[in-house]
Design a protein around this ligand. Structure first.
Ligand SMILES: [Zn+2]
Length: 125
C-alpha cells in the first residue's frame, strides 16, 4: 500500500539523523513533526497507522506523528473558481491527478499538495 512505502521512506530518512544524535533505542522520540502533501496520502489516519506499524522495533517506535498537511488546489478556467484539495479529494496514486470543479464539473488539474519533509523531532529529556 502507498502509505506503507511512504512511511518506510520517512523512517529511513530519519533513522540516520537519530543515530547521529545517539538515539538508538525506542522510547526517546516523543514526536515527529512532518510537512506532508495532502495528495501523498489517503488519510492522516491511515498514514499514522502505517507509520506506527513500520516504526515498531526502531528508535521511532511509539513516536507521535504531528502532521502539517500541505493542501493542493485547483483552479477552474470555466467558472474561475479556486478550490483547496485535501486528502481523500484526489487519487494519491495518480501522477497528474484531476478533480472535477465542484461548481461546474469541469475536470481541473490538481496543483501542489506534494512532498514529505521531516520538520522536527521532539526527544524526551
Ligand atoms: Zn468550474
Amino acid at each position: 500500500m502507498h502509505e506503507y512505502s511512504l512511511a518506510d521512506n520517512l523512517i529511513e530518512s530519519i533513522l540516520p539523523r537519530l543515530a547521529s544524535e545517539g538515539v538508538t533505542a525506542p522510547g526517546r522520540v516523543r514526536e515527529v513533526v512532518l510537512r506532508l502533501g495532502a495528495l501523498e496520502i489517503h488519510s492522516e489516519e491511515s498514514f499514522a497507522q502505517a507509520f506506527a506499524m513500520r516504526s515498531a522495533g526502531t528508535p521511532l517506535a511509539g513516536a507521535v506523528l504531528r502532521l502539517e498537511i500541505v493542501p493542493g488546489h485547483i483552479h477552474c478556467d470555466r467558472c474561475d473558481r479556486d478550490e483547496v484539495v485535501g486528502p481523500d479529494d484526489a487519487d494519491p496514486h495518480s501522477h497528474a491527478p484531476v478533480m472535477p470543479c465542484p461548481e461546474c464539473g469541469t475536470p481541473c488539474r490538481v496543483e501542489g499538495g506534494r512532498g514529505i519533509e521531516p520538520v522536527d523531532l521532539v526527544l524526551e529529556d
